[in-house]
Ligand binder design. Structure first.
Ligand code: CP3
Length: 349
């Protein structure tokens, strides 16, 4: 691996130290979707911005909402405010977010669409890189800035179904029926995502996370072909373009397939979902790979004893090994702010 742990370990940022393999006395903490609707200050900026994509492509507003949870809670990492679906947008698909219904991509890709869709046009993502520059000027020195993209499988699932779908029936059937067209689409997503992540690094992010939100639905052979192999190629290309930058892989709730992911995708940190069993997983992957996760977002909504006991359980399960505290999935809009404050206090001791 090109990454020098010794170099990374010297930086003061706690997240970067864990990504370099250090075990800290208290794990650093950030939350997936930490900039979002549970914050009144986010809702205020969101209301001014117009559409959700307008918010993502307004450098000042995107920088502002990225920094809001850092100011309020002092998390150890800020995550760039954007969305994984800006990649299909930069490939030429129309992307909209329907209030209460989630994303819509049009036209949904058929075989011809997979061939005709363009490569990622990085110029369309300039506002994202500009936002990163603005965030960097205002971020505390000890706070890491994370960039991200979606994993090819998860991104392709939205491009082909045109929306989110239960059990990913549309994309799974498409990939079985049209393996060549599907493969050509995956190649374009892999290549474009690696360039996009490298451009985020050039703009100033410290590390990147790759979200595979829908990694949980596949049999082992398809998990290897549609999740692991494209991820391995993406990470390899990213490393070539941006050597030495840590990658957090998040194959959410991949369960029995997590071991294959850890073996074949060379990430510096494994993100685990709410239902993933870290104690069993450690028996397979050993104790040295940093792991990020995995509080149930609903335990955070519930608060009280459920929250206290869940946090204590995670701190004990992950103790003595490199760990970044996080949720197992994004924070929910109805999460009380007082519960997030309590969480940070519990984790920091
Ligand atoms: O974590 C962060 O704070 C950074 C910002 C971020 C967003 N989306 C902002 C967002 C990140 C890292 C994402 C990733 C993302 N987007 C994923 C992977 C992680 C996951 O949650 O599984 C996926 C699958 C998407 C696609 C997406 N974007 C969906 C399905 C939705 C609608 C669901 C919803 O909550 O409404 C979005 C919209 C979205 N992305 C919102 C935010 C804050 C809510 C939209 C709004 O504020 O109006």
């Amino acid at each position: 691996m090109s990454l020098s742990n010794a170099d990374l370990g010297k930086t003061a940022k706690p997240i970067m130290r864990v990504l370099a393999g250090d075990t800290l006395e208290r794990p650093p903490i950030w939350l997936m979707r930490q900039a979002g609707r549970y914050l009144p200050e986010y809702r205020a900026v969101r209301a001014e911005a117009g559409s959700f994509l307008d918010l993502c492509y307004s450098p000042k507003k995107a920088a502002e909402v990225t920094l809001q949870p850092i100011r309020r809670f002092g998390f150890d990492a800020a995550i760039l405010f954007s969305d994984i679906l800006v990649v299909p947008h930069a490939m030429g698909q129309t992307v909209t977010f329907v209030e209460g219904e989630g994303p819509r991509l049009s036209p949904p890709l058929d075989s011809a669409g997979c061939d005709n869709i363009g490569a990622v046009d990085l110029a369309r993502l300039d506002p994202v890189f500009e936002a990163i520059g603005l965030i960097k000027t205002q971020l505390p020195a000890e706070t890491a800035l994370l960039g991200f993209c979606g994993a090819p499988w998860t991104v392709a699932s939205y491009m082909i179904a045109g929306q989110g779908s239960r059990d990913l029936e549309t994309v799974r059937l498409f990939a079985y029926r049209h393996p060549e067209a599907f493969g050509r689409l995956m190649d374009k997503i892999v290549e474009g995502s690696a360039r996009y992540l490298a451009a985020q690094v050039k703009a100033g992010v410290d590390a990147v996370q790759i979200f595979d939100s829908w990694a949980s639905v596949l049999p082992p052979a398809q998990f290897k072909a549609w999740c692991v192999d494209p991820m391995r190629r993406l990470v390899a290309e990213f490393r070539r373009l941006a050597p030495g930058v840590p990658v957090i892989g998040f194959p959410r709730e991949a369960g029995g397939n997590l071991a294959a992911y850890c073996r074949d995708v060379p990430v510096e940190c494994l993100g685990v979902g709410t239902a993933d069993n870290i104690v069993q997983l450690r028996k397979i992957i050993g104790n040295s790979l940093p792991v990020q996760g995995n509080l149930d977002p609903l335990a955070l909504v519930a608060g009280g004893r459920s929250l206290d006991e869940s946090v204590a359980g995670i701190l004990s399960d992950f103790a003595g090994k490199p760990h970044i505290f996080n949720l197992g999935h994004g924070i929910l809009p109805h999460t009380p702010i007082a519960h997030v404050e309590r969480l940070v206090a519990l984790v920091r001791g």
